[in-house]
Each structure stands twice: as C-alpha cells, then as structure tokens.
Design a binder for this molecule. Structure first.
Ligand SMILES: Cc1cc2nc3c(=O)[nH]c(=O)nc-3n(C[C@H](O)[C@H](O)[C@H](O)COP(=O)(O)OP(=O)(O)OC[C@H]3O[C@@H](n4cnc5c(N)ncnc54)[C@H](O)[C@@H]3O)c2cc1C
Length: 359
C-alpha cells in the first residue's frame, strides 16, 4: 500500500484546514473521520480575521464571506423589557455556522482530490523512526509518514499517546445549546434575554439558514439537577425569560449541553504524531476562540509538517510547532477563562450581553 505523507484523524475545522494546507502543497493526505456523515450543527459561529486570512490563502474564504454576516446588532432585554441595541465588537469576525465552514473546507479539499473517509475511527498507533501505522476500528491499517490527531476534546490520539490533559472541568453543564426555528421572531438582530433571577436565553439568527442558534442556562428539576436539552425545555426557558407571546420554537436540528472545561495537553508531540485543535486545548467559548485557535494551530502545523517532509532537519520545525502552539494555548486558556467570568458577571446588569466577552 502506498504510504501517505500525513494521515489526519478528525474532520472538524482543525483537521480539514490542515488537510487543505498540505494537499494544496502537493503532499499526499488522508482524512479519517469516526462519524458516518458530516454534521449540520452551528457550534463555533464566529470566524475571526486571522482565520479568514488563512482561508483566503487556502481558497476557502469566498463562499463563507458571501453567506456569512458581519456587525450583527446585539439586542438586549432584561426581565422581558427591551433595554438597548449594541453593535457586535469588530473583532467578533464573520458570523457563520461551523457546519458551513466545514462544508467549504471539504469542498476545497475535494477539489484538491482528497475526500474525507467517514466511518473510519482511529483506534491504535504504532510508530518507529521511519513512519506511523494507524490502526482503525475493524483492524484496517493505514501507513503514513506522520499522523495528526485533530480528533477533538476527547482525542483518541492523545489518549493513545498517554499525554495528560491538565486543568479543570465542571461536572454539570453551564449551558444548553441547539439549532431551532422560531417563526415570527425577527432575524435582523441577535436576541439576548436575561433576567434578574439569573437565567437567560439567546437566539442568534444563523446566516444562510432559517434557524437560530439557541443558548440558555439549563432548566433544573425539583432536586436542582440540570435537565437535558429538549425542544420542550427550550420552549419553557424561552417563555420564562423572553415572554414573547406566540413564538413557538420548532424543528430542532441540534440539541446539546456545554460544560466549562479549561484544559490543555502537556505535550503536542510524540515522535511522528502531533496534536492540534481541541485535542490539544479546550476552554470556555466566551470570545469565540475555540475553533479559531484550532484553525491557527492547523496552519502552523501545516507549515511545520511541510518543512519536516521536505527539509534537511525534520525535528526542528516540529519542535518549534510544539513550543509555539503550547504557549498560545496557555494564553488562550487564561484569556477565555477570564472572558467567561466577565460575561457571567456582566449579564446581571441590564443592557449587557455577550459583548462583555469581547471587550
Ligand atoms: C456547544 C458548543 C459551542 C461552541 N461555540 C463556539 C463558539 O462560539 N466559537 C468557537 O470558536 N468555538 C466554539 N465551540 C468550540 C468549537 O466547536 C471547537 O473548538 C471546534 O469544533 C474544534 O475543532 P476541532 O476540529 O479541533 O475538533 P472537533 O470539531 O471536535 O472535530 C473533531 C473530529 O474528530 C472526530 N473524531 C473523534 N475521535 C475520532 C477518532 N478516534 N477517529 C477519527 N475521527 C475522530 C470527531 O467525530 C470530529 O468530527 C463550541 C463547541 C461546542 C460543543
């Protein structure tokens, strides 16, 4: 079997950006993905300037810029009353759903002759000085010169390498989140309802769709335990916090919970295997830096692997990648934890909202 230059595990924004970067330079790349199909979840929805620059270089930016929007107005309500409208701070970037970003990257990758291999789950890694043998569930083996673990916060690659993921994590979800339709609700602003009791619900119109991304504090049962996300629970939260009569939420295409985790890998490299994106660091979403940091990791790793594959010294660029991106991750962890605290405190004041994470 012909040996591929780089095998990428995971087809999120990090893995796809890395694969585009390498394929564009003529390296042979394969991308294995555990899921059976692409998802359609809005998740990370703000593409920052540096990510857009990277996408310009890769030839991915155009469809995103034509669909996404900038400068959406944040409409703040408190205890049901409209308080103010404020512009999104400029560094929030382009509003666009994560699934649309992944779709644009997959389209570009396809044009470069690389197609994501779905239903292909990395399950084992063996390596020597010459290359890596990646074993998939079911026993198939893919030989490669390097393996990039871009397989998310619960990274199999990181676990197989035995790399600690140090930091803190909360057991209970801080937020429920999902994509829903809300016929009758205006789509020109990002609605942010907060209450003096401490709850809140946010509905952000997602460009290029008829859905809103909903974020809310979870409901609790009679024992104070958070209830799992559901359309019924979303509607009760909406009715309690927004109190807009006649709006029925419908067609949930994504329902999820989010927990505060502030963790990073102690190393990004073990021989010929490297980590990037959420596999390397996870942190609060305030400020919208998770996906963007992964895209920047991918561009840096693309450069490092290109140098390792063609240059006289394979070790130096990979060591430099690790040092550079570990320092960035440490900074982002501290920064986003602080941004998150700022948002949590700010929304108790009428007229304040998610912009507090971008100040
Ligand atoms: C609820 C929620 C809201 C968020 N909001 C924001 C936001 O507003 N702004 C922002 O910037 N970020 C946000 N994020 C974070 C953002 O979604 C992540 O930072 C981003 O998805 C990380 O990209 P990634 O490619 O590193 O990992 P992922 O997107 O997690 O992709 C990893 C991929 O690897 C695959 N995989 C896993 N294990 C294996 C295996 N063994 N073999 C093969 N494939 C495997 C997974 O199926 C997945 O497709 C949010 C995340 C969540 C969950």
């Amino acid at each position: 079997m012909m040996r591929t230059d780089v095998l990428v595990a995971g087809s999120g924004p990090t893995g796809l950006t890395l694969a585009c970067h390498l394929a564009r330079q003529g390296f042979t790349v394969r991308v294995v993905e555990r899921r059976s199909d692409p998802h359609r979840e809005s998740r990370g929805k703000g593409l920052r300037a540096r990510s857009l620059e990277i996408f310009e270089e890769l030839g991915v930016a155009r469809p995103l810029v034509s669909t996404g929007t900038t400068g959406i107005v944040l409409r703040k309500y408190f205890d049901g009353a409209h308080v103010n409208d404020t512009p999104t701070p400029a560094d929030a970037g382009l509003l666009i759903g994560q699934w649309q970003i992944e779709e644009a990257l997959r389209d570009r990758l396809g044009a470069l002759g690389v197609h994501v291999e779905y239903g292909a789950e990395l399950a084992g890694i063996a390596q020597d000085g010459d290359g890596v043998r990646a074993e998939l569930t079911g026993g198939r083996v893919i030989p490669a010169r390097y393996l990039a673990g871009c397989d998310g916060g619960r990274s199999t690659t990181r676990r197989l390498l035995g790399i600690p993921f140090e930091g803190t994590g909360e057991r209970e979800p801080a937020m429920v989140i999902g994509d829903v339709r809300a016929p009758g609700l205006g789509r020109g602003v990002w609605h942010q309802w907060f209450t003096s009791e401490g709850g809140g619900v946010l509905l952000c119109p997602m460009p290029g769709t008829d859905t809103f991304q909903l974020q809310a504090a979870p409901e609790q049962d009679e024992h104070g335990e958070p209830l799992p996300p559901s359309l019924e629970s979303f509607q009760r939260i909406f009715d309690r916090c927004a109190g807009v009569p006649g709006i029925r939420l419908e067609d949930p295409t994504w329902l999820s919970s989010w927990r505060v985790n502030v963790r990073m890998a102690t190393r990004l490299r073990e021989g010929r295997v490297l980590l990037a994106g959420d596999a390397a660091h996870v942190h609060p979403i305030a400020g919208g830096l998770g996906m963007n940091t992964g895209i920047e990791d991918a561009a840096a790793l693309g450069r490092a692997l290109a140098a390792a594959l063609t240059g006289p010294d394979a070790d130096a660029p990979l060591a430099a990648y690790e040092a550079e991106r570990l320092a960035v991750a440490a900074g982002v962890l501290a920064d986003t934890a602080e941004r998150y605290e700022r948002v949590v405190a700010a929304v108790r004041t009428p007229g304040r909202g998610t912009e507090a994470g971008l100040d």
